[in-house]
Design a protein. Structure first.
Length: 205
């Protein structure tokens, strides 16, 4: 029980920290400019941008929806005691940034918690589906909803919820897909452990 509470507290702290830095970055454009993914700056040696890009948002709507989804998923993961949320965050941050840098040179500027939010939500649904046989269909349907949203946004070329304001931006559906992939990789990473150590009454992922 103590271990589960510790895992939950760590998840809450991580969620709050990322959300607070994102808000601060939006309030201070000069700070945001130092964090955003900019291909030429990264190639010039500013490698931290590969990891800080998700903390940058291009409109209030963009910031609101990303923090809403990421925050809800992060706190749900913490409350359920699902471990390795930090690993989801690492994969959801690093996979898009490095892939964009080496495989998609046309992407010059990128930011937003969308990949993290998608990964966190998908991870919570995947863990919940594994844990609960009774409600498994519900969690699978929610996972399907995420997939449908990504497909619709990719087809339309615009986000369904976030809106651009002063700075026009396009949705990067590939980032959402890669965030989803980060959740799947984490599940596969810890799957042997949760299979061996899960108990019927009190097991936690």
């Amino acid at each position: 029980m103590v271990r589960q509470e510790k895992i939950g507290a760590q998840g809450q702290i991580l969620t709050i920290l990322i959300a607070v830095i994102s808000i601060v970055a939006y309030c201070f454009p000069e700070f945001s400019d130092l964090l955003v993914y900019e291909r030429q700056s990264i190639l010039s040696g500013e490698l931290w941008r590969l990891f800080t890009a998700p903390l940058v948002h291009f409109s209030k709507s963009h910031l609101f929806w990303d923090i809403l989804v990421f925050g809800a998923a992060g706190f749900a993961i913490a409350a359920a005691g699902f471990r390795c949320f930090w690993l989801v965050c690492i994969f959801a941050v690093s996979i898009p940034s490095f892939l964009f840098l080496f495989a998609f040179p046309a992407i010059e500027r990128y930011g937003g918690l969308s990949a993290l939010a998608t990964g966190a939500a998908a991870y919570f649904f995947l863990c919940s589906a594994y844990k609960s046989k009774k409600n498994r269909l519900i969690w699978i349907c929610l996972l399907a909803f995420i997939s449908i949203k990504i497909i619709v946004e990719a087809t339309m070329g615009v986000p369904l919820f976030a809106q651009s304001e002063k700075i026009p931006f396009q949705v990067l559906s590939s980032a959402h897909i890669l965030g989803y992939l980060g959740a799947l990789i984490t599940i596969m990473w810890i799957w042997p452990n949760i299979t061996l150590h899960r108990t019927p009454k009190s097991g936690r992922l």
